[in-house]
Design a protein around this ligand. Structure first.
Ligand code: ATP
Length: 233
């Protein structure tokens, strides 16, 4: 039913002049899954995520996120945590201080800062200035930032960007832990291999349209069939 959908996108489009970044996109994500949002560079993932977070308005179509229309500024509602591309931090403050400022602004308990820093594995470096952070550490801080409100739904744009192989394994473990707590996660990547093993659900995007949306195992079956077909010819 509608209630069991965390995200429901119907015919969503975003045009930038003549450029159709998102072009009649339809897909849904059930509650309680890790959903991989896959597509090549330029497929429209970032534009879609920005619409789902209420940062930009669609040209056409509708979407609901946790049952609410996307005209609401979701990013600042406590039940959705967003990680956008290159989030802005205060470079001359420590990672911990950055989170403390956000916790203060968002009205979240200060003890959340310690919890989220620990969760993303940044505790040791929490006191260091953000300008000394690698891209991977900034990504971890971005995930920590998204987790501050303890959201029901996390929408993460390329969270694996800049992570080393160990960091990617740790990110997958973190996402599974969050999923097992009952949260829903949508995360984008241009690499299927990066998301395939962690995703329960997959949405594949090409040129602003969904070319596949469903349980991850059905993609694997579909793929198997494609390989058999190719071998037959
Ligand atoms: P990437 O992984 O490179 O971010 P993506 O799948 O997230 O790719 P988008 O960033 O959503 O794709 O971009 C989709 C298309 O829309 C691209 O061709 C991009 O150049 C174009 N586009 C995105 N934002 C704008 C904008 N503000 N003005 C004009 N064109 C834009």
């Amino acid at each position: 039913s509608e209630d069991s959908l965390a995200i429901n996108v119907q015919g969503l489009s975003k045009h930038f002049g003549a450029r159709k970044a998102v072009d009649g996109l339809t897909f849904s994500v059930p509650c309680g899954v890790i959903a991989g949002f896959i597509g090549p560079n330029g497929a429209g993932k970032t534009t879609t995520i920005r619409m789902l977070l209420g940062l930009i308005r669609p040209t056409e179509g509708t979407a609901t996120v946790l049952g609410k229309g996307i005209s609401h500024p979701h990013m600042y509602l406590p039940h959705i945590g967003g990680l956008i591309e290159s989030p802005a931090f205060y470079p001359t403050l420590s990672g911990r201080k950055n989170l403390e400022v956000l916790a203060h602004l968002g009205g979240h308990p200060l003890q959340r800062v310690k919890q989220v820093l620990e969760f993303v594995g940044l505790n040791d470096r929490g006191k260091d200035l953000v300008r000394s952070y690698s891209l991977g550490m900034k990504q971890r801080l971005g995930v920590a930032m998204a987790l501050l409100p303890d959201p029901e739904l996390l929408i993460l744009d390329e969270p694996a960007n800049g992570l080393d192989p160990l960091g990617i394994i740790q990110l997958r473990d973190q996402l599974r832990t969050l999923r097992d707590q009952g949260k829903t996660i949508l995360l984008s990547s241009h690499l299927l291999g990066e998301l395939e093993q962690v995703s329960d659900w997959l949405v594949m995007l090409n040129q602003g349209k969904a070319v596949f949306s469903g349980p991850a195992r059905t993609l694997v079956e579909h793929r198997g069939a494609l390989i058999v077909e190719a071998a037959d010819t």
